[in-house]
Design a binder for this molecule. Sequence first.
Ligand code: TYD
Ligand code: MG
Length: 449
Amino acid sequence: MTFVCTNCSVKYAKWQGKCDACQTWNSLTPFIESAKSSVLSGLANNALSLPNNQPIKMDDVAALPLVRLCTQDIELNRVLGGGIVPGSLVLLGGEPGIGKSTLLLQMALQLESCKVLYASGEETVAQIKIRAERLALAAQNCFLLQENSLRKLLEHVDTLQPAVLIIDSMQTLYGEEEGGMGSMHQIRACATRLLYYAKQTGRAIFLIGHINKEGTLAGPKLLEHIVDTVLQFEGDKHFLYRMVRTIKNRFGAASELGMYEMTANGLQTVPNPSAVLLATQDCSVSGTAIGSCLEGSRVFFIEVQSLVSISKYGNPQRNATGYDPRRLTMLLAVLEKRAGLRLQDRDVFVNITGGLKVDDPALDLAVCMAIVGSLKDSAIAHDQCFIAEVGLSGTLRKVLRVEQRIAEAERLGFKEVFIAAQSQSITRSFRVKINYVQTLKELITCLIH
Ligand code: TYD
Ligand code: MG
């Protein structure tokens, strides 16, 4: 008998209280490896044996054109890298209630050109039907199935021959393997089997996966390695806008972002996110600044809000929502040391509006300007935006794709952009006024009074 960690599936010969690999306490459960439990025997049971492949010279390999299946959802096409790839295994993760089932059911109902099977282990077909009616979409070629057993599910798939299979959810799927439904090695075994199945049959398979309490996809280390594409639903479920982000994609760019709005009739795409994210701006208040962040191939403009207040306690608070707290601490240190601002006895709160989580360094300058604006109680004009990284020396550094960002700023109607003096190489001419700035201190002196 061996022991396996239910969180990360690492095996141990002896029981121990804490998993050395993922540091989780009390996660080891007994695991009996029988012939029946192996993934490969599972494949054999289903008459799917592994092909006997031989090494081939690269030049002799025929390059097959990748024909993608385009969904009617442009945001979903984007995060998938241009559409559904036949034979791919896609994992869609997110918190409960964020809209995973809705998104994939919508996709299933809109895929008119091919057969889709939506298999749910969580809801009955009647419940799915109610949801479909809510979405007000006419189903052309969509089949529903309530099933928990992977073997029975694949039997139905073999008979029905759908081009796309949706499994809702990974945690309610049950394979032949030992372990309770939803346990980590059960999930991994099922996912591996589905990967082989997808590759052999050329069917695209979408898996819905829940997020565990740490906020990572259930079976974080293992499932993400097995599948071809990992999409993650982000955003607060209490918030109107939801984001689907590509974490990994074997068939396209990672870090693409799709934006949706949850309405009474399902998820609607948001084609112009910057306009929506900036719609809430309040010009008269100090402590806001607009910056840009690059999400995959697109540029978003977002508002950074900050509040700086006198700290009541010895240890001032530094709080960031949607922004890396360590980056905030660094920027505060730069503001103190290089711009001569007194912040050591102030509480500083930073918030990225719209529920977005950002990590683009190009937002540094906007974060700094929002903080300085709040500290000095001086409002920054809302037709100005800030695009630069802030270095430890207090100098502004150029950022990736600055021209694309300026073009987007112009399109959104900004009057002035502030960028690093290092980016002098801009060749295109823009109608928007471009200000080249050397250091953070220089900008603060000329903008904030
Ligand atoms: P759901 O897709 O069931 O979430 P998940 O599968 O990620 O758990 O979405 C559930 C939420 O979405 C639920 O709170 C109700 C809301 N919703 C709408 O607001 N409009 C709709 O048309 C639908 C179908 C759901
Ligand atoms: Mg669901």
